[in-house]
Write a protein that binds this ligand. Structure first.
Ligand code: HEC
Length: 153
């Protein structure tokens, strides 16, 4: 009887010690290590790749971005075609004079420019808007398009 009691006491002591050790480990082991261990699928390593965005950033801090998002983004994604083509890389495929003339009056440009004529046909004769931006706004918008092109590649 005494023997049985002492065995039970020993088992309880060991079990209790294990619980204490586990609690201690959970508190002391660095959070990052635990997070890695707890990743689903038994994956124990976090690679920075898992956190890369699916496409490069959009330069939302530039002044020109506000103008872009207000006036252009309904039809032009930075990375995707909506009603018109994506404009994230437009500064890489056209020169600045062409883009400026297009933004001010694409219809006028079309009367004398082959690329503008082809675009118009490619987009089933849907037309880009004409804009009457101030010099400052135009310059901000162009800065956005040029800087955005650098990060869009
Ligand atoms: C109502 C929709 C609409 C809005 C708003 C709009 N666009 Fe467009 N845009 C188009 C369409 C459609 C085309 C291509 C067909 C065309 O216009 O001939 C185009 C083409 C362009 C192109 C030529 C792209 C290339 O690949 O060469 C540029 C540059 C452009 N737009 C700039 C702008 C800017 C900058 C704004 C905002 C200030 C703007 N667009 C607002 C519809 C729009």
């Amino acid at each position: 009887m005494i023997n049985e009691l002492s065995i039970i006491t020993k088992i309880l002591t060991i079990a209790f010690s294990l619980v204490v050790i586990l609690i201690f480990a959970a508190l002391v082991v660095p959070e990052k290590y635990l997070a890695e261990r707890l990743l689903p699928g038994g994956c124990a390593t976090i690679t920075t790749d898992s956190y890369l965005p699916t496409h490069p950033p959009i330069l939302k801090d530039l002044e020109g971005y506000k103008l872009y998002s207000r006036n252009c983004s309904p039809c032009h994604g930075v990375y995707n075609k909506i009603i018109g083509p994506a404009l994230g890389q437009v500064a890489g495929r056209r020169d600045s004079l062409w883009i400026t003339q297009w933004i001010q009056d694409n219809e006028l440009l079309r009367s004398k420019d082959q690329i503008a004529q082809e675009l118009y046909l490619e987009y089933n004769e849907t037309q880009c808007l004409k804009n009457d931006f101030s010099k400052t706004d135009m310059s901000d918008l162009m800065t956005f398009l040029y800087e955005q092109n650098k990060v869009s590649k």
